[in-house]
Every structure is written in structure tokens, then in C-alpha cells.
Design a protein around this ligand. Structure first.
Ligand SMILES: NC(=O)c1ccc[n+]([C@@H]2O[C@H](COP(=O)([O-])OP(=O)(O)OC[C@H]3O[C@@H](n4cnc5c(N)ncnc54)[C@H](OP(=O)(O)O)[C@@H]3O)[C@@H](O)[C@H]2O)c1
Length: 284
């Protein structure tokens, strides 16, 4: 039986990978920062060498962008050094490694979707530390999958729950009309991760649900599907509630996925509906 180590298993992507793994035949090792702090090289080596997983999926991260700006050392410690440690041990035990990364490695100034080989130019500490993590993984192991996604939601802290909480106040919510992305369910991303990792099509992938929308259109769709009648105001990012620092253009082109035909994502609206139904929030 193949052995999988999921680091960051309490996070929304870690949980989604576990839920997709459930019916499959794998031996699963779940750890989060209380069990194995990925930034601690000794802990990572001890765990990796004792358990010898065939696959390591790094879903750990410091993901709060404002926190990263205020605590750059901690952002780099986990997002960069942590990824380095996992990739060194992956190499040592000949495991494949999946590094979950982000559109934030780009500057968001483009007007067309970013391909895998476009030059990164992160503007935030979060984006810079994630890019450093990607680079370490590429440097230290060749059996890697660097998977960049965007606007991910699942069981955890995410934009959907923040918005639904904000509209409870009855006040209008200001939503950025100048941010563009592809809302992606953690479950869809998890299905892709488990599919790709079973093969040998190594490298970097842009992996998001299909289609693109503005943050404002996304928020409107969430309210429509959940039957809420709250008022939204379309504003520029800097005046928006809930998402203050984001690249304006977070659209990723799944160029390599199209070439190697590894997977077909659902559209963002289909996945959103599926998620809201599963959460008991769909009201149409
Ligand atoms: N959400 C998105 O839109 C998105 C998009 C693209 C890529 N990603 C990337 O995907 C990964 C998972 O994202 P997510 O949304 O599932 O994030 P999440 O819900 O914040 O989960 C991250 C997990 O990592 C844990 N962690 C923090 N420091 C750690 C350490 N030193 N050692 C081990 N675990 C540690 C966190 O624990 P605590 O919560 O207790 O700190 C949390 O359980 C991240 O690397 C993120 O950069 C996310």
C-alpha cells in the first residue's frame, strides 16, 4: 500500500485531500504544526525517515497575508524553509513531493492569464515567501509537482464564510470589482492533486476551476446561491472589505494541464454550488 504524508492536514486543502483520499487504498500520515513543525529540519527528517512515505503533500503554510506582511521571518520560516526541509527529505527517501503554491507569485498586473512559464514577480511577503518555497522544492528534488492555485475555499477560513458573516450585520459590504480570479474548491484541487501525483508528469501546474470572474461577481453568486439579499457595493480593492492586499489579476492559465491532458476541472460555478450544497448553505 502506498504511503502518503499530508503536512498541514488541519488546513482547508489538507482536509479536502483527506476527504478525497478516504475511499482510496493509501496509508495516510497526517501532521500539522503541533506534530511536525516543517520549519524544524530535525523534526522533518525524523518523521520522514521513520515513516518513509512514497508521497509528501505540503499543504502547510502561513496563509494570512496581513500576518505575513507584519511577520516576514515567520512567513519565510514556514513557506520557504519548511518547503525546503520537506523537499530535502523527499529526495533522501526517494518520495514524490507536491508543493501547493499560489497566483501570488505573480504581480497581478497582467491582462491575460498567467502561464506556468511566465516570470514570477511577487509583491507581497506572502507571495515572495511562497516563491522561495517553490524554488527550494525545484532545487532540492526533481520528483516534484508545484501546483499553483487561486481563491481556494473549503472547510476552514475562506472568503465565502467571511462574506456570509459580514452580510449578517445588515450593512452593505464593499467588494472589489477590480480583482479577477477563478474561485476553486479545495475538493476539486484535492482530486487533481491525487490524480497528478499518481503519475510521472512532474513539474509546475496552474490548477484552478474553469472560468474567471471578478471578486464582485463571485460575491454576488455566493449571495444568490445562498438566498441572501444583502447589499454589495462594487469598489476598487483599496476601498474593499475583507480583501485588502491581493493581486488585481489572479487568473492562471492551465496551459501545461491542457498539453499533457491530465485532468479536467469543473467550472467555478458548478464547484461553488457543490460546496454550498455540502455545507447545507445552498438555498435556491
Ligand atoms: N487558500 C488559498 O486560496 C490558496 C491558494 C493557493 C495556494 N494556497 C496554499 O495552499 C496551502 C494550504 O492552504 P490552505 O488554504 O489549506 O491554508 P490553511 O487553511 O491556512 O492551512 C495551512 C495549515 O498549515 C499549518 N501550519 C502553519 N505553520 C506550520 C508549520 N510550521 N508546520 C506545519 N504546519 C503548519 C496551519 O496551522 P495553523 O492554522 O495552526 O497556523 C494550517 O493548519 C498553503 O501553503 C497556501 O499557501 C492556498
Amino acid at each position: 500500500m502506498l504511503k502518503i504524508w499530508i503536512s498541514g492536514s488541519n488546513g482547508q486543502i489538507g482536509k479536502a485531500i483527506n476527504s478525497v483520499l478516504e475511499p482510496l487504498q493509501f496509508e495516510v500520515f497526517n501532521t500539522d504544526k503541533d506534530e511536525v513543525d516543517i520549519a524544524d529540519v530535525d523534526e522533518v527528517f525524523r518523521f520522514g525517515e521513520v515513516n518513509r512515505p512514497d508521497i509528501i503533500i505540503n499543504c502547510s503554510g502561513v496563509t494570512d497575508m496581513d500576518y505575513c506582511e507584519a511577520n516576514p521571518k515567520e512567513a519565510y520560516r514556514v513557506n520557504a524553509i519548511g518547503a525546503r526541509n520537506l523537499s530535502i527529505v523527499a529526495r533522501k527517501i526517494d518520495a514524490k513531493i507536491v508543493q501547493i503554491s499560489t497566483d501570488d507569485v505573480f504581480d497581478g498586473k497582467s491582462t491575460k492569464p498567467y502561464k506556468e512559464f511566465d516570470t514570477p514577480n511577487p509583491r507581497t511577503v506572502y507571495g515572495k515567501s511562497k516563491l522561495a518555497g517553490e524554488n527550494y522544492v525545484k532545487e532540492f528534488t526533481h520528483k516534484h509537482f508545484v501546483i499553483r492555485s487561486t481563491w481556494v475555499y473549503g472547510k476552514g477560513n475562506n472568503y465565502i464564510f467571511d462574506l456570509l458573516e459580514a452580510v449578517k450585520t445588515g450593512k452593505p459590504v464593499a467588494v472589489a470589482a477590480d480583482q479577477f480570479g477563478a474561485p476553486t474548491s479545495a475538493k476539486e484541487l484535492a482530486k487533481f492533486v491525487l490524480h497528478i501525483v499518481s503519475g510521472r508528469e512532474y513539474g509546475t501546474y496552474h490548477a484552478t476551476c474553469k472560468g474567471t470572474c471578478s471578486r464582485y461577481a463571485y460575491a454576488k453568486e455566493i449571495l444568490k446561491m445562498t438566498g441572501k439579499t444583502a447589499k454589495l457595493k462594487a469598489v476598487p480593492t483599496l476601498e474593499s472589505d475583507l480583501t485588502s492586499v491581493r493581486p488585481a489579476y489572479a487568473v492562471l492559465d492551465g496551459f501545461i494541464m491542457d498539453i499533457v491532458h491530465v485532468y479536467e476541472f469543473l467550472s467555478w460555478k458548478e464547484s461553488l454550488e457543490e460546496f454550498l450544497r455540502e455545507e447545507g448553505l445552498y438555498e435556491q
